[in-house]
Design a protein around this ligand. Structure first.
Ligand code: ATP
Ligand code: MG
Length: 459
């Protein structure tokens, strides 16, 4: 009572403990569309071994949801009532991960199954002043584990040995109705963990389901709470969203939920900057296409495309002001990254990859034999080339340039010589001189320094 009162004074909402069905509904998996042949042996064997040792063990979360939707699950997680120590003893090739809340990675060849112990969300969990749960590391019953999950369709447990689905929150019904519904009181659940708002957008885009009105209603008001979440988590969730294969739809969903505005500067840029729209649109459509083809998308490439327009505008401005192209590009990159870093920090390793892709762009315009062959031999050539092709597709570089490089890569040595002879290698230089720009200083940095292409020459 006193806790409630203090909570109210501090503006916290108390959590009405979301009630699970006392007894879960159960369904036969195959009757609900689970194709058992789609299940990897690793997931089934993990459950089998745990059950033989006397524990409960279920596949849970996105794996079950996707199986029931007829989609190919990305990975399979297992939930159990065994403690991490007990799990580790059962599997020779396994290791405990994490300090705060331990989970176990069970290894099968190159596959890893993540095994977690049922967890509870305590009614009196420690929160910040907005209701964000700061600790979520108490083991619990299976029903409690179901209740702390986000959406009803993400809280289904599948026992592959018995072919049985256990459903504490009517997730199967919601799957049939094609509805995305938050478990418990949505506003409270968003306050506990504002990241769930981004997840709503992601899963709505992925499944094409209708968001239940009560689940979408609080988002507009609560959107600013994302600010309180550690930036690394926001970044991780954004990455999941962008790599989901439904990046474009997810971003539109974010926009329609009022989630993009002023809270992720990246999204403001993407969704509201008219010049940025075409490039980013092409890039994300291309990303979604690659995911559909089962190809991977590196975070560096992805964020290089998302922030390119920022770099581009600054680069153009500096060159127009008379700076040399290559140093201008480096300064433009620094400035765009600084601005982004103030808001959503991107890991150093990823930033390194982005920078490399960007600084290689001018090198595509230099088509002398030495420069072209050096570029092809570069370790990161492929990523930089893919990026350049994207620029061509989006009208940010001449189509001829992309076509030339595509032919050059596939060509044998004779054909390469012919292509080099035909290439307009000197055009770039002449154009810049006419504009009265200075020659690059000899100390121009890094690998991009062997070209003088001004950004506008690419258009
Ligand atoms: P994907 O196919 O994209 O991996 P997923 O549903 O498996 O989707 P994960 O982020 O891998 O999503 O999370 C696994 C499961 O953990 C979810 O299905 C959900 O039950 C639970 N979960 C993850 N994040 C949260 C969260 N922020 N709040 C509550 N439950 C969560
Ligand atoms: Mg998952």
């Amino acid at each position: 009572m006193i806790r409630k009162l203090i909570g109210r004074l501090l503006g916290r909402k108390t959590r009405p403990a979301p009630l699970a069905n006392a007894e879960p509904r159960s369904y036969q998996g195959t009757a609900e569309g689970v194709r058992r042949e789609e299940l990897p042996k690793s997931a089934t064997r993990t459950c089998e071994a745990l059950q033989q040792a006397g524990f409960k063990a279920f596949i849970v979360g996105g794996g079950v949801r996707d199986l029931l939707l007829g989609l190919k699950p990305k990975d399979f997680d297992v939930a159990t009532d065994a403690t991490p120590e007990e799990v580790r003893k059962i599997f020779r090739r396994s290791r405990i991960i994490g300090r705060r809340f331990q989970i176990v990675h069970v290894l099968f060849g190159r596959e890893t199954i993540e095994v977690s112990t049922f967890r509870a969300l305590q009614a009196d969990a420690e929160t910040d002043e907005h209701g964000r749960v700061l600790r979520d590391n108490v083991w619990g019953s299976q029903a409690e584990d179901a209740t702390r999950r986000d959406f009803t369709i993400n809280a289904l447990y599948y026992d592959p040995v018995a072919d049985l689905i256990l459903d504490y929150h009517d997730g199967v019904r919601d799957l049939h109705r094609r509805t995305l519904r938050m478990i418990g009181d949505p506003a409270t659940r968003y306050r506990e963990d504002p990241i769930r708002m981004l997840r709503t957008a992601r899963f709505a885009a992925k499944t094409g389901f209708t968001i239940e009105p009560a689940t979408s209603a609080p988002i507009r008001e609560l959107a600013p709470l994302i600010h309180n979440v550690p930036s690394a988590r926001v970044f991780d969730e954004m990455l999941k969203l962008l790599q989901s294969g439904h990046a474009l739809d997810s971003l539109h969903q974010l926009r329609s939920e009022g989630l993009h505005h002023g809270l992720l500067p990246l999204l403001d840029v993407i969704l509201e900057q008219p010049d940025g729209a075409r490039f980013v649109h092409t890039a994300l459509a291309n990303t979604d296409q690659r995911v559909a083809e089962g190809k991977s998308i590196s975070p560096g490439f992805l964020f290089a495309t998302l922030l390119w327009q920022q770099v581009r505008v600054r680069w153009d401005a500096r060159v127009a002001a008379g700076e040399n192209s290559i140093p201008a590009l480096h300064s433009a990159i620094d400035s765009a990254l600084d601005e982004q870093g103030e808001k959503l920090s991107i890991q150093k390793r990823i930033v390194g990859d982005m920078r490399e892709i960007w600084v290689m762009q001018p090198r595509f315009e230099k088509r002398s034999p030495g420069a072209a062959n050096r570029l092809v031999a570069h370790l990161r050539f492929r990523a930089a080339y893919d990026f350049m092709i994207l620029r061509c597709d989006a009208g940010d570089a001449p189509a001829e340039l992309g076509a030339w490089w595509t032919r050059f890569i596939d060509a044998g040595s004779d054909a390469r010589e012919e292509l080099l002879a035909q290439a307009p290698a000197g055009a770039v230089k002449r154009k810049r001189r006419r504009r009265g720009a200075r020659k690059p200083s000899g100390k121009a940095q890094t690998e991009g320094a062997d070209t003088q292409a001004a950004p506008n020459d690419a258009e």
